[in-house]
Design a protein around this ligand. Structure first.
Ligand SMILES: Cc1ncc(COP(=O)(O)O)c(C=O)c1O
Length: 393
C-alpha cells in the first residue's frame, strides 16, 4: 500500500482533536477535566428509568428510519409549547443520532461542490469537517468580545461575505463556545440576508434550554419568512444530561427534511430505540424542569466566573450554554492559550481547552489568547476547581 496518508483530500488539514490530548493530560495529572462539555451527573430519574424499562421490555431492534412516531410527536409538541413552531410529525421531523448526525445529514444532503456556507467562529468542530466533506467551502464570520461584555458579529462583514456561491448560513445559538445568545436584532440581520439571497439556514439549537439571566432563546425559524428556509436542529443530550445517548432531531419543511434524510440514512440509518421513548418523556417534562436546569447551571457559572476573575483570567460572561471563555493574557503575557492549557493541569490541576482550535486556521490569532472552561459539573467539582484556581493564583 502507498505510504501516503489514506485520508481523503477533503479532510486534509483537519488536525487530530485537541480534546484527546487534554483528556489524556487530565488523566495523567489527576486534574479536574473542565475541557470536555459533558455533565458528570445524571439526567432526570424518570427519563433514565424509561430507557431501562424499554431495554427490559424488548425495544432493542431498529427503529423506523425517520424515528419513532411518539418521539416525533413529542418533538413537535415541544417546538409548539416552547417556541410556537408547528411541525407535522409525519413529514417535517426527522430523528437522528444526536444533533451531530442531523448536521451531517443536512450539510451532506444539501450542499454541492463549491457551495459556500457562512459559519460563525469560533465554531463546533463538526461544522467545518462536514462542509469540507461535502466539497463545499466554509466562510467564517468571527464573533468578537465587545465592550458590551458579549461576543458579537459585524453585520457589514456578514453582508460583504455573501457571494453568488453562498448557499447556506449555519447558525448556532446559544453559541458554543462564546455563550452568546443571539438577540432578535442579530437574528433579524441574518434573516434579512438569508431572504434577500434566498439562502437555506441551519440553526443548531442544542443549548436551547440553557439560557441565563432572563435572556430569551429565539429560534430563527420564528422570524417572518424564515420557517420555509430553516432546518432547526437540537438533541436531548444537553437538555437531559444524556450526551451519550445521541438522540437528536431536525425540524423543517418536508423538502429540507427529505434531503437531510437521504444523507442520514446512509450513515446510521437509524438507532437508539430504547432511548427514543425516554427522550420523548423528557420533552414532555413540565416547564419547571427546564427552568431548574438553567438556574442550576447559572449558579455554577457564577461560582466558576468568580474564581476565574480572582485568578486574573478575565472571563467573558456567557448568556447561555455550559461554557465560559476566558482571556489568559492577564496571566500569560504572550497570550498563548495552547501553551497555557498544556501547563494548567500541572500547575492548578485543571484542564481547559484552547479556543484557538475552534477558529478557522486562517484566523487562529483571533482566539489565540482565549480558553474555554466547561461548568456542567457537580457543584462539589466546581467548588473544588474554584479552590484550586484560587490556590494557584
Ligand atoms: C453546538 C453544538 N452542536 C452540536 C453538538 C452535538 O450534539 P449531539 O451530542 O446531540 O450530537 C454539540 C455538542 O457539544 C454542540 O456543542
Amino acid at each position: 500500500m502507498n505510504a501516503a496518508s489514506p485520508l481523503t483530500s477533503r479532510l486534509q488539514g483537519f488536525g487530530a482533536s485537541i480534546f484527546a490530548e487534554m483528556t489524556a493530560l487530565a488523566v495523567s495529572t489527576g486534574s479536574i477535566n473542565l475541557g470536555q462539555g459533558f455533565p458528570d451527573y445524571d439526567g432526570p430519574a424518570e427519563v433514565l428509568q424509561i430507557a431501562r424499562d424499554q431495554i427490559a421490555g424488548g425495544n432493542n431492534q431498529y427503529p423506523p428510519g425517520i424515528g419513532m412516531a411518539d418521539l416525533r410527536l413529542a418533538v413537535s409538541g415541544h417546538q409548539d409549547r416552547f417556541w410556537g413552531l408547528t411541525y407535522d410529525p409525519t413529514t417535517e421531523i426527522l430523528i437522528t443520532m444526536g444533533a451531530t448526525e442531523a448536521l451531517a445529514g443536512a450539510l451532506l444532503g444539501i450542499l454541492n461542490d463549491g457551495d459556500e456556507v457562512i459559519v460563525f467562529e469560533p465554531l463546533f468542530d463538526t461544522y467545518a469537517g462536514c462542509i469540507a466533506l461535502a466539497g463545499a467551502i466554509s466562510v467564517p464570520i468571527t464573533l468578537r468580545p465587545q465592550e458590551s461584555g458579549r461576543y458579537e458579529f459585524d453585520a457589514d462583514e456578514l453582508r460583504r461575505s455573501i457571494t453568488s456561491r453562498t448557499r447556506m448560513i449555519l447558525l448556532n445559538s446559544p453559541h458554543n463556545p462564546t455563550g452568546s445568545v443571539f438577540t432578535f436584532e442579530e437574528l433579524q440581520t441574518i434573516a434579512s440576508i438569508a431572504i434577500e439571497h434566498d439562502l437555506i439556514v441551519i440553526s443548531d439549537e442544542v443549548y436551547e434550554h440553557l439560557v441565563f439571566d432572563n435572556k430569551k432563546h429565539i429560534p430563527i425559524a420564528t422570524l417572518p419568512g424564515m420557517f420555509e428556509r430553516t432546518i432547526t436542529i437540537s438533541s436531548g443530550g444537553k437538555s437531559f444530561n444524556t450526551t451519550g445517548w445521541k438522540i437528536g432531531w431536525a425540524c423543517a419543511p418536508a423538502p429540507l427534511i427529505n434531503a437531510t434524510r437521504m444523507a442520514k440514512q446512509l450513515f446510521t440509518f437509524a438507532g437508539g430505540s430504547p432511548f427514543q421513548p425516554a427522550i420523548a418523556a423528557g420533552l414532555r417534562l413540565p416547564d419547571s424542569y427546564f427552568t431548574a436546569l438553567a438556574a442550576d447551571l447559572q449558579n455554577k457559572r457564577d461560582v466558576l466566573m468568580l474564581a476565574l476573575e480572582e485568578c486574573g483570567l478575565r472571563p467573558i460572561t456567557p448568556e447561555g450554554t455550559y461554557f465560559i471563555t476566558a482571556d489568559v493574557r492577564g496571566r500569560r503575557a504572550d497570550g498563548d492559550g495552547v501553551a497555557f492549557c498544556r501547563e494548567l493541569p500541572g500547575q492548578a490541576g485543571i484542564v481547559a481547552i484552547p479556543a484557538a482550535v475552534l477558529y478557522d486556521p486562517r484566523h487562529e490569532s483571533e482566539g489565540r489568547h482565549l480558553v474555554r472552561f466547561a461548568f456542567c459539573k457537580e457543584r462539589s467539582t466546581i467548588a473544588r476547581a474554584s479552590e484550586q484556581l484560587r490556590a494557584w493564583a
